[in-house]
Design a protein around this ligand. Structure first.
Ligand SMILES: Cc1ncc(COP(=O)(O)O)c(C=O)c1O
Length: 348
């Protein structure tokens, strides 16, 4: 592959993104990809069951109008201020194509969602990482100018939320597009959605994969100023969201009560897990997400990851200078967390 002239040079040298493992082994405690441990709203099953299979013969609505109207109503914005994607990952990739010239740059914090540098490499533009502070907080100096800045809030894998005042002031000063990736916001204190309604350069993105328990349908959306949204429409695949996804996501979004109930349960378990980990000698960052970012006190993070894996518990470990002494643990059900704590108790 490295020397194959049939393949574009930037692809030959690309270090592809490694998604968390999706093993099929039954009985595993899977706390590695920040999925929701609870089922989605029952309205999803009802809506999918009511869908006549015969309609699958036809292409879906290319503009996902029904779904987008539901999102627009939920956030009190116009239909033309909403774009829906095949997972929020698709939206991130589209942003790199819509808002970045060939000689432009893409900025992001370090550490943050590790897909961002890969997207810059795929687009063959420069990715510019701005280091967070030692304790993973907003740095003293603003990130340098870029065509597009990916700002995850709450941040991943660090789980912490940046102060809204910092984000708001940064968006004002920044001349490029700021995409605030709010994948985990339903587990957090506050949202930046109002910035997407008022600032000409701000997009706020959400996903159905975490708080709505629908990682399997692949659906994300973004809210923002109409000119940026219509740029995304211009370059998307014609039918980027399939019919089943449009139906399932619409049903889930209409049942806010069910999503909130699950999010509250996860937040309660998160508090308990955090306290127990601290008792076991971990340093745990204050989480505003459905996962914890924790530094083991008595073992290396890599050894802990492997030891838990051997016991059938999957968590996430990101080797590297800024991340290699921590592990990321998705908050599962109370039973899963009990099992994790039991095994940890025996290991430490
Ligand atoms: C910060 C962040 N953004 C986006 C995504 C991708 O979400 P989706 O499933 O909607 O593609 C993830 C998934 O883990 C994430 O952590």
């Amino acid at each position: 592959m490295m020397n194959n002239p049939l393949i574009r040079k930037s692809v030959r040298t690309l270090e592809a993104y490694t998604p968390g493992e999706q093993p099929r082994r039954p009985g595993l405690v899977k706390l590695n990809t920040n999925e929701n441990p609870y089922p989605p709203s029952p309205w999803v099953a009802e809506a999918l069951t009511a869908l006549p299979v015969e309609t699958l013969r036809l292409y879906p609505d290319p503009a996902s109008t029904g779904l987008r109207q539901t999102i627009a109503d939920l956030h009190e914005v116009g239909l033309d201020q909403v774009f829906a994607g095949n997972g929020s990952d698709e939206i991130l990739a589209l942003c790199t194509r819509a808002f970045v010239e060939d000689d432009g740059t893409i900025g992001y914090f370090m550490p943050s969602y590790s897909l961002y540098p890969v997207l810059a490499a795929i687009r063959a533009v420069r990715g510019v990482a701005s280091e967070l502070t030692e304790s993973f907080e907003w740095p003293a100096r603003d990130p340098e100018p870029a065509s597009l800045f990916f700002l995850t809030n709450p941040n991943a894998p660090t789980s912490m939320q940046f102060p809204k005042g910092k984000i708001s002031a940064f968006c004002k000063r920044f001349s490029g597009v700021v995409l605030v990736d709010e994948a985990y916001v339903d587990f957090a204190r506050e949202s930046c959605l109002d910035l997407a309604k008022t600032r000409p350069n701000v997009l706020v993105m959400r996903t159905m994969s975490k708080s709505y328990s629908l990682a399997g349908i692949r659906c994300g959306y973004v809210v923002g100023p109409e000119p940026l949204i219509s740029a995304l429409f211009k370059i998307k695949d014609s039918y980027n969201l399939n019919r089943l996804t449009q139906v399932a996501a619409t049903a889930a979004l209409k049942d806010q009560a069910s999503m909130r109930e699950n999010a509250e349960r996860i937040k309660a378990t998160r508090g308990r897990l955090s306290t127990e980990l601290e008792k076991l000698g971990f340093t745990v960052s204050p989480s505003e997400a459905n996962f914890l970012w924790a530094k083991p006190g008595r073992q290396t993070a890599g050894a802990l990851f492997e030891a838990l894996k051997a016991e059938g518990i999957l968590i996430r470990y990101f080797p590297g200078e800024r991340t290699g002494d921590h592990v990321r643990i998705t908050v599962g059900t109370d039973e899963e967390v009990d099992r994790l704590l039991e095994v940890l108790g025996g290991l430490i």
